[in-house]
Write a new protein. Structure first.
Length: 516
């Protein structure tokens, strides 16, 4: 539908918005030129219609409550393209911020409810080409902006270790389905820790790749400088195998470099780890939210690695104390500008857009904004106010400080192969309701990010693997490596898994679903 020409009242509003100082008569002079210029928009719409894909016919169902006891499935399906490949016979859940063509995508939010993508995300295409069977879409937090698992629509995701507790977010359903045994593998997205947070709370392996290693094409953006997709699995070997399938340039995502070396991540796991060095990040322990028992479990895990032949000693990176503040400014102003005001994609992105998603979400976020989570309302108000007051100056300062933060971690990583710390400061907490007061709601959604969020903004690869249980619940050891040295991060994590004889599983299978 062509864009209608602006009415006199709309031109007057534009004049006021930009402070152009045009009189009523001057606006009338511009009117025919504005109307004539809009003819190019009609041309673009006509030519795009010639190339726009139609969604394929793919069967899907909404599971019943009995089939979905953890609330982790949004929809279930069974999509297989080939019975050969490295993932043949393996089942995978796709986080519901990522497009599977012909299958509904809600992104945990009423603002996207009813949307059906026309294209598969690159990671989905690669998984299917590798022989995996996509068995459904995993519930995630409302527009992926929470580390809890209670802000999501259509409902909360429950922890398979204790269904009264949260599963972590925002890739909540992804981790719960893997931990419960409902699927072999899943994808997660990570902008502040959303692969690693649910992995720590739910007892899975969650690897956030180096920024740009895995294409983000077809996943709902938050802020393109921190957008990541990564694997959530039961074992490190599965994470390495999955990364091998997902990694590589697709030519459609400007977050990626133009070339990337091919790495056999699975083969890299077989290399010995003797003599590799671990820097135990001093500032990663004893944080304001820290449970001493979690810190102790992580220190015990590092001792296991020491016994396996790795050197380990404390290292201080003072910037780590302020790194979350840098991330806060980037993600809050950036998400308000790109994800909310920019309808997901914003402008100046040189990759593949999803015009249908932009239009659908852009309309519904206005019509159903009152239904957004309290975290999103907080981000929208804070980010927009900060941008208007600073005119983008604080975002620019934060992006410049990212270079300093990255340099500080790189200096430590010049002496060590990985940095080690707790993934999260505490274990899973009790689920809250959507009606919880803001004073309880926001801390439960956002208080766990001190160690995870810095490495989204710096782009370093980071993995969370389960430690020994803490009071019967999972906790996570996080290992952080050099840029594009994901292989070493995975190799050390694998050595730990072998040394402890495998990771614990929930005491009973809770989460069998229609897909299993």
């Amino acid at each position: 539908m062509p864009i209608p020409p602006p009415t006199p009242a709309q031109l007057a509003a534009l004049n006021d918005h930009y402070g152009l100082g045009l009189s009523e008569s001057e606006l009338a002079e511009y009117a025919p030129f504005v109307e004539g210029g809009l003819g190019d928009w009609a041309t673009v719409e006509r030519r795009y219609a010639e190339i726009a894909p139609a969604p394929p016919e793919r069967a899907w169902t909404r599971p019943t409550e009995a089939e979905n006891p953890l609330g982790a499935w949004y929809v279930t399906t069974s999509i297989t393209e080939t019975d050969s490949g490295p993932l043949a016979g393996r089942t995978v859940a796709i986080k519901d911020n990522t497009a599977v063509a012909g299958v509904p995508m809600m992104n945990g939010s009423s603002t996207l409810e009813g949307f059906v993508p026309s294209r598969d995300a690159t990671v989905v295409s690669r998984l299917l080409a590798a022989g995996a069977t996509v068995t459904g879409k995993a519930v995630c937090e409302d527009l992926c902006f929470s580390g809890g698992s209670f802000t999501s629509r259509p409902g909360p995701v429950r922890n398979p270790w204790d269904p009264t507790r949260n599963a972590g977010g925002s890739s909540s359903g992804s981790a719960a389905l893997v931990a419960s045994g409902a699927v072999d593998l899943s994808t997660g997205g990570d902008q502040g820790g959303s692969v690693r947070i649910p992995s720590s709370f739910s007892g899975t392996v969650g690897h956030k790749p180096t920024h740009g290693l895995v294409p983000y094409t077809g996943a709902f953006p938050i802020e393109q400088t921190v957008d990541h997709i990564g694997p959530i699995t039961r074992t490190v070997a599965d994470a390495a195998l999955m990364l091998q399938v997902l990694a590589g340039v697709d030519g459609l995502d400007p977050r990626q470099p133009t070339t990337l070396p091919e790495v056999d991540y699975l083969a890299e796991l077989q290399r010995p780890v003797d003599g590799l060095r671990i820097g135990i990040l001093t500032e990663g322990f004893g944080t304001a939210e820290a449970d001493p028992a979690v810190d102790e479990a992580v220190r015990a895990a590092i001792e296991v690695l020491r016994s396996a032949g790795l050197a380990a000693e404390p290292v201080s990176v003072p910037w780590h104390r302020d790194a979350q503040a840098v991330w806060d400014v980037v993600i809050t102003e950036g998400a308000a500008f790109q994800m909310i005001d920019g309808n997901g994609y914003g402008m100046n992105h040189q990759g593949l857009y999803d015009p249908e998603l932009i239009a659908y979400y852009g309309r519904q976020r206005r019509e159903r904004a009152a239904e957004m989570s309290k975290t999103l309302k907080f981000v929208a108000m804070t980010g927009r106010h900060a941008f208007e007051q600073g005119r983008g100056r604080y975002y620019a300062m934060a992006r410049n400080l990212v270079l300093e933060v990255r340099k500080a971690y790189d200096a430590a990583l010049a002496d060590y192969d990985v940095l080690a710390m707790p993934t999260l400061p505490y274990t899973a907490k009790e689920l809250l309701g959507l009606d919880a007061p803001v004073a309880d709601y926001l801390p439960r959604a956002l208080s766990m990010l001190a160690n995870t969020s810095p490495f989204d903004v710096t782009g370093h690869p980071a993995i969370s693997v389960p430690t020994e249980l803490v009071n019967g619940l999972p906790a996570g050891l996080m290992l952080v490596g050099k840029h594009f040295d994901d292989a070493t991060v995975l190799r050390i994590a694998h050595a730990y898994e072998l040394a402890v004889g495998g990771f614990p599983a929930p005491p009973a299978t809770v989460g069998a679903s229609a897909a299993t």
